[in-house]
Design a protein around this ligand. Sequence first.
Ligand code: ADP
Ligand code: MG
Length: 568
Amino acid sequence: MTRLVNNPEDFPAEAVQGFVLANKRYVKPVFGGVVRSTATDQGKVAVVYGGGSGHYPAFAGWVGHGFADGAVCGNIFSSPSGAQAYSVMKAAERGAGVLMGFGNYAGDVLHFGQAIERLRAEGIQADTLVVTDDIASGGKDEIEKRRGIAGDFPTFKIAGAAAEAGKDFEEVKRVFAKANDATRSFGVAFSGCTLPGAKEPLFTVPEGKMGVGLGIHGEPGVRDADLGTADDVAKTLVDGLLDDRPAEAGTRVIAIVNGLGDTKYEELFVTCRNIVQRLEDAGLELVDVESGEFVTSLDMAGISLTLVWVDDELLDYWNAPCDTPAYRKGSVGEVARDDTAMNTEAAPVEVTGKGSAESQELAGHIATALHTIAALLHDEQDDLGKLDSVAGDGDHGQGMAMGATAAAVAADDLVKQGAGAQTTLAAAGDAWSNGSGGTSGALWGALLTAIGSVLGDQAPAAEDAIQQGLSAALEAVQRLGGAQVGDKTMVDALAPLVETFSSTEGDLPTRARAAVEAAQQGAESTKEMKARLGRARPLGEKSIGTADPGAVSLAHIAKALADQLSAS
Ligand code: ADP
Ligand code: MG
């Protein structure tokens, strides 16, 4: 339960504001997150870490000398937008390239990928560092699909130390990849977490049980097991990791016992004691042990164990000094300040060319439709969140509502400036993606932009504009997300919608009604499917029997728009 909250929608931004006030020695705000408030030499590779909020000290707590140059701070559990990531990465960059580290979540992959494309287009070297430490989220044969959890901490620390040591872009990437290959995590949850403002936790664990293989976004464990004693839990964690030890593992390890947010330090210590004993009994040499909170999941009760199998090189980087709000090692000495104020607002969209009269009128209808969608999604927010919490992370309702609201506000602004349909939809798409985070935000952003590119800013809407727009929307979603029908995503509602709209004869309302029915059936059909993509994939089995949230929200939106069309 989050008790100290004003307007829940403001919670993540207000948390960053307070964090900055309390840590001016280390950080200053920039649009999208924070960067160091200490001086960094030109020619140093910049490392920026990020993802959704709700994981403190990850990621902002690690910004400082010897660790990160900046952190991108998204909404709770949802990915920051491409524009936010771009802003922080650009602010941190010092002429030697910038690396963006994150935990392998679909929304982060899409948004950070967009930011990197943009930086590269400007001639800045940029790439990703993707953490895949969670052994519960994928088999040994698909390690690259695993998600990142508490392994973020040591792998990012090690990469940050390599960058601070003056290593070049490729070398920092190599050191990070080596650290990630050497890192494994496994965790258990005792209770779910509650999003600020929500009344119910995202999932619950039955009394006396634990969810084995927790995620850090309120994804429940992959299976329930009896809780047992602290030593039993230690055994589960140690056995799980030793069974998954990396191919070339030596005998020296760093062990990190991590509390998820609502597990007391004393409980962690009791478990840590037995973990260390078991690891030593297994013949491992513990070169360092940490026990505390490193990567949390709001108020979730749970514990995870991370092991890093180190050689001299990784150990040297791990031991290198750092000084950040949440983690210190050795002494970094005197560090000069850089208090230059950064831009903390998103760059405003300015309309350069006005749309034709017809296109301006169409843009007005588009803004109205976006308000309809935003109102609908606010009403459906809780139900969509619940659907998403079965096998996903529970943020779909909140993300969609925030994205659609931002899109409607942006469209109003563009309409006032005399923009045509394409410009309005492009700005609305960006705003949706920025406002929502999450995979669905990036996909809806691309969907709106694609429809806009069919409509243009000048031409009166062609007879078959809706059909062409819908086809372009489907194509954009599939190009960006790579989903096919049957993968249990919004494509399972969108594809039949587009197909039925084009094959149905009759007037517009008739075709729209048929298309909506097809979308609803498509969404319903996802109940039987097992998630193969996105955040629900690790919990694929659990997703059977529950409809895909993205498909359901798409069908709701289609219905609301078709109703509006019939009424007008
Ligand atoms: P996140 O998964 O990042 O938390 P949301 O919860 O807002 O984002 O959205 C989840 C929805 O996004 C899923 O229910 C699914 O419909 C859709 N989705 C996820 N991945 C893809 C993909 N690769 N292609 C199409 N849709 C996807
Ligand atoms: Mg989600």
